[in-house]
Ligand binder design. Structure first.
Ligand code: FES
Length: 224
């Protein structure tokens, strides 16, 4: 079994990396520009739409290198530094290329005391990659993330900003990785979230059932 030692040094992003996209590629289409104008109209000031514009840019370009953040900021007439601050605050915005599946393992307080780090380290050893790294085959990126709002179902992880896998166990991680390698999602038994309580007749803590929210897992549009 690999003996992982986490690198305590957190590298800052390069300030002036080589651009990934050419000037010709760095444009929003007329339709995207119209969409941005609609979002802008919904906020008191244009910069209120930055999260939606960054999200759209990530959908379009796959991730958010500096030149894409700059394009997004420019579309709203706001300083690059402020858009950069938003993009780098949230792990859901990808600042670098990711694997086909991004596995966000929560190690925030509730998940931590319920074994979040055990799950993270199990996943790291299983995939042979540290948190923040992508597996050599380009299939998986592991990220250690803050609370994703499912503390009642800790420990948990999220797949590529999509479905949650809750009440994690090593067996569940095994089933998940096997399924994702086939571009599928297994059925998961998870304690329900509060918003499901009405549908399921309440009794949140004991009403455990199989859930399937996606027929196909969401894929990060980067390494293919
Ligand atoms: S602490 Fe993990 S979801 Fe809240």
């Amino acid at each position: 079994m690999t003996d992982f030692i986490k690198d305590p040094v957190i590298l800052m992003p390069e300030r002036h990396p080589e651009p990934v996209f050419s000037t010709e590629e760095l444009v929003f289409t007329a339709e995207e520009t119209r969409q941005i104008a609609t979002w802008v109209s919904q906020y008191p000031t244009a910069d209120g739409a930055i999260m939606k514009v960054l999200w759209m840019a990530q959908e379009k370009f796959g991730f958010l290198p500096p030149e894409v953040i700059r394009l997004s900021a420019g579309a709203l007439g706001m300083p690059y530094a402020r858009a950069f601050g938003v993009a780098t605050f949230y792990t859901q915005y990808f600042k670098s290329k990711k694997g086909r599946y991004v596995l966000d393992v929560c190690t925030c307080f509730s998940c931590q005391i319920c074994g979040g780090y055990d799950m993270l380290h199990y996943l790291e050893e299983k995939l042979g990659a540290h948190a923040g790294e992508t597996t050599d085959d380009g299939l998986f990126t592991i990220q250690e993330v803050e609370c994703l709002g499912a503390c009642g179902s800790a420990p948990m992880l999220q797949i590529t900003n999509g479905p949650y896998v809750m009440n994690l166990t090593e067996e569940k991680i095994d089933a998940l990785i096997d399924a994702l390698k086939r571009d599928q999602l297994p059925f998961f038994s998870s304690v329900t979230l509060p918003q499901d309580e009405d549908d399921l007749g309440g009794n949140r803590r004991t009403d455990v059932r199989d859930t399937l929210t996606y027929s196909a897992p969401p894929v990060a549009k980067t390494l293919g």
